[in-house]
Design a protein around this ligand. Sequence first.
Ligand SMILES: [Fe+2]
Length: 293
Amino acid sequence: MTYPVNMSVTPVVSAHFDEATNTISYIVRDPSSTHCAIIDSVMDIDYAAGRITYDHADKLIEEITSQGLTLDWIIETHVHADHLSAAPYIQSKLGGKIGVGEKIMIVQETFGKVFNEGTEFQRDGSQFDALFKDGDTYMVGNMQGFAMFTPGHTPACMVHVMGDAAFAGDTLFMPDGGSARADFPGGDAGELYDSIQKVLSLPDEMRLFMCHDYGPNGRAIEWETTVAEQKADNIHVGGGKSREEFIKFRTERDAQLDMPKLIIPSLQVNMRAGEVPTDKDGNPMLKVPVNKL
Ligand SMILES: [Fe+2]
């Protein structure tokens, strides 16, 4: 696959860090117009209380509104297991199309079973406005973006590239954070390695924006790096680590990890493009499947 890389366009990228989930949401603006896209928004949840609020999303909305921008796209790099998407809330305020990788259908099939969803839960991705295939392009104003299929962390992960900026989702963390786990259903450490190599084959100067940062070893939160920095310094794949080494390390490491705190509400909401499921009477309601994850 040859991707339509265009390093001559430099989008304006505004990052919004969510402290509760260590997620970074982005507003990406076409430098030649007033059009923008959002990558990986966050809906706030107090899971113990079953309470959903929109402070983080409201900050994104406020920035877009105050600058008079038009929102073309609300993109999910994948079905997140650690935070809930605010895509439908943002769409209801600002418009824009909600897009995700076409392999979402695999994720819907897998977790449709885990949550014992009935036939009313469609497993064809129809909850989303757009399903991206590898190499698909789209426009944000005059700026072309494209989706790069990067499975491994999940089977539906995509990295999104606009001009000289790539949004890595959970393929990579900052160089001192390494990579994301590959042990969720449908995840695969070998595929993740191959996907990371794809990202590292982008131009060295490509800016890379992470979806998460946990500030390893007490450093301040960061989210921006470059392909060159990742190739040289990434602690899991940098310096030419082999596929075999990576798979061994990743598999052993993943076996030690706890489930993300918000995996149960996140999957139910995110596999529905950010909509909270409802019970038979139409009340918003989340389930807890016992011993299924
Ligand atoms: Fe993730």
